[in-house]
Design a protein around this ligand. Structure first.
Ligand SMILES: *Cc1c(COP(=O)(O)O)cnc(C)c1O
Length: 339
């Protein structure tokens, strides 16, 4: 009996085509720059994202860490959202390993960092203060798309104050597909971007960071320092190439399934999801009856996995379809009848 997993899009399994490409990949030692498949992936990603160069890294967390370390020196700081992955969900890596201080600010209602807040935390050059060096944005953030005019305004403000701009674009392809934009129309505002190949794009492992040649040269050095220099990892890059060439357009199905899921949840008295927040492949639904821990345990008995938080986060992806959503809804209803 197969499991239906709504916990995250990180659970996606590689496609058959990916597995074949992985088995047949031509490889070399990437620390020497000798892996043709990795080089191909990096060139493809740089071209797609509109940068001079790109670097294959083991995870999004490491990609963001390396990017922050490449932009900032010891004693610098980066401005970041209070709920951003690069602040809250990366174990404090930039501070621990880079001696780079985060300056978190609270996101506004739509997931953006208010321009006034950004401005108010940029510090003057003064030995009392860490040197404000970098603005980090996240798109999508909790499934929400940053408006294009907001990105333009925030990065313009940052540059006016001499800051560089990094995009945590773990799911930026979702944002592009949602807005029917070429990805470059989003990435053009940033000095560097990180993207995850291993979420909705279904590769088993790996992320990309992209930026100028200088930036990537510095990043390559930090990648080695933090232990991310891999050897015949073209086996993984082969799947990444297919992720970028064949898995982007289908993200729209995930967005449709998320909308369908949210609509169905809203028909149930005990659950509510704010539809304005359902923009890509995530649904956050408040459970007003029973407990999300109990619900999650109940669903698990029926081979359905969900997160235990409340609001409950449901994520749609390649390995769940409209019928999986219907099965989920049916079992949620039977839980509520029994609770
Ligand atoms: C998943 C994710 C990352 C990186 O995660 P890894 O699991 O380390 O690949 C970074 N930022 C955001 C917003 C994410 O969702």
């Amino acid at each position: 009996m197969s499991v239906i997993d709504f916990r995250s899009d990180t659970v996606t399994t590689p496609t058959t085509k990916m597995r074949t490409a992985m088995a047949e990949a031509i490889v070399g030692d990437d620390v020497y720059g000798d892996d043709p498949t990795i080089n191909q992936l990096q060139q493809l990603a740089a071209d797609l994202l509109g940068f001079e160069a790109a670097l294959f890294v083991p995870s999004g967390t490491q990609g963001n860490l390396i990017a922050i370390m490449a932009h900032c020196q010891r004693g610098d700081e980066y401005i970041v959202g209070q709920n951003a992955h690069t602040y809250k969900f990366e174990g404090g890596g930039a501070a621990i390993l880079g001696s780079i201080q985060p300056q978190p600010i609270m996101e506004g209602e739509n997931g953006t960092l208010p321009l006034d807040s950004i401005k108010s935390v940029i510090k003057p050059l003064d030995p009392h203060f860490a040197r404000t060096r970098l603005l980090c944005l996240e798109n999508t953030h909790s499934g929400r798309v940053l408006p294009q005019n907001y990105i333009e305004a925030a990065t313009t403000l940052a540059r006016k104050h001499g800051l560089s701009c990094h995009l945590d674009g773990a799911r930026v392809f979702n944002a592009a597909v949602k807005q029917d934009l070429n990805i470059k129309e989003i990435t053009q505002y940033f000095d560097s971007v990180s993207i995850c190949l291993s979420k909705g794009l279904a590769a088993p492992v790996g992320s990309i960071i992209a930026g100028s040649t200088d930036f990537i040269n510095t990043a390559r050095r930090w990648r080695k320092v933090v232990g991310g220099g891999m050897r015949q990892a073209g086996i993984l890059a082969a799947a990444g190439i297919i992720a970028l060439t064949e898995q982007v357009d289908r993200l729209t199905e995930d967005h449709d399934n998320a909308k369908h899921l949210a609509d169905e949840l809203n028909k149930i008295e005990a659950l509510s999801a704010d539809m304005t927040q359902v923009q890509t492949n995530m649904v956050f639904a408040h459970l007003h009856q029973g407990s999300s821990i109990e619900l999650s345990a109940y669903l698990k008995q029926h081979n359905i996995l969900i997160s235990q938080s409340n609001p409950i986060r449901f994520v749609t992806h390649k390995d769940v379809d409209a019928n999986s959503v219907n099965i989920l809804i049916k079992h949620i209803k039977s839980y509520l009848l029994s609770s």
